[in-house]
Design a protein around this ligand. Structure first.
Ligand code: CO
Ligand code: CO
Length: 301
């Protein structure tokens, strides 16, 4: 409990540790199947962020009593098919009644105790690599306000429902030590957690940041979710922005993500081979900065 991390890990023997996590949330998109798939990908993400391989999950659902049964079953089907893609068995679960739907998983995985990834193992000099672009929060909130184009919805759903499985596989193959996943606290919140736990600082470069294609359009309409403003309030004191990075651009880095990518610390001597292997696995990766000996987060233009 001293070092908060993405999931609980319980060592079973010298070869295996159990990884346990849970996550659930209200709908982020209007289509029930995709909502289920995104919630499942998000729940499994914390297992990958610990370097683990998920194997078993239980559904957690809270559903309004008047919700049509077809919609409820589509949510569960989206979750179940995403679990199948991950090689995870859904072995039941629990449902209660609630006014607003909520869905997610309890997920269990295994990790080799020597292969575990933590937030606190970043070393100065490590390159910081992101495995999904940013801009999900500002886009899904625009969707809630009926401001979005169909193509943008499909783009953001494609990313949010993507498993962090290959990112985890890369971390394992390259014997990485430090990772987290980018979710509600946004890039800078989760980045700060990692930097603080590791006793290092981060130098990030705005021009290298990946955003989904519609992120700026909705950021200009300021459709950021409440969580993004909270993140700026809470983590802003630890972040120094170069002049020339607008307030809107700063907010995009604080934007609360649902089912975001992994943030991996890659030793610089491994980076070229890591990037080559990522391409082979069709896993996008973006090197967005590096860890440094001083503390705090600096964002250069
Ligand atoms: Co996490
Ligand atoms: Co979580």
């Amino acid at each position: 409990m001293d070092g908060p991390d993405d999931a609980a890990v319980w060592k079973l023997d010298d070869e295996r540790a159990l990884v346990a996590t849970t996550d659930f949330f209200t709908p982020v998109v209007d289509t029930p199947y995709e909502y289920g798939a995104i919630a499942a990908a998000n729940s499994l993400s914390d297992i990958y962020a610990m370097g683990g391989t998920p194997f078993l999950a239980l559904n957690i659902a809270a559903l309004p009593p008047d919700l049509p049964v077809e919609i409820a079953s589509e949510i569960l089907r989206g979750g179940a098919e995403k679990c199948k893609e991950a090689g995870v068995v859904v072995a039941g679960g629990h449902t209660v009644q609630d006014k607003e739907p909520k869905f997610g998983l309890v997920a269990l995985g295994f990790v080799h105790p020597q292969k575990m990834l933590t937030k606190g193992a970043v070393r100065a000099g490590d390159v910081l690599v992101l495995t999904k672009p940013l801009g999900f929060g500002v886009t899904t909130t625009a969707l809630k306000r009926d401001l979005v184009d169909e193509a943008d919805v499909n783009e953001v759903i494609g990313w949010m429902s993507r498993l962090n499985k290959t990112g985890g596989q890369l971390a394992n193959e390259f014997n990485l030590r430090a990772a987290t996943d980018i979710t509600g606290f946004g890039l800078l919140g989760h980045g700060w957690e990692m930097a603080k736990a590791s006793g290092v600082g981060f130098h990030l470069y705005f021009e290298r940041m990946p955003f989904i294609s519609c992120a700026r359009k909705y950021a200009e309409q300021w459709t950021f979710p409440g969580g993004s403003s909270d993140n700026r309030l809470f983590y802003g004191t630890h972040v120094n922005f170069a002049s020339g990075i607008s307030e809107m651009e700063q907010m995009l880095l604080f934007d609360a993500q649902t089912s975001g990518g992994l943030l991996l610390a890659v030793p610089p001597e491994k980076l070229a081979e890591f990037e080559r292997r990522a391409q082979e696995l069709a896993q996008p990766v973006w090197a967005i900065g590096e860890a440094v000996a001083e503390t705090g987060i600096q964002v250069a233009a």
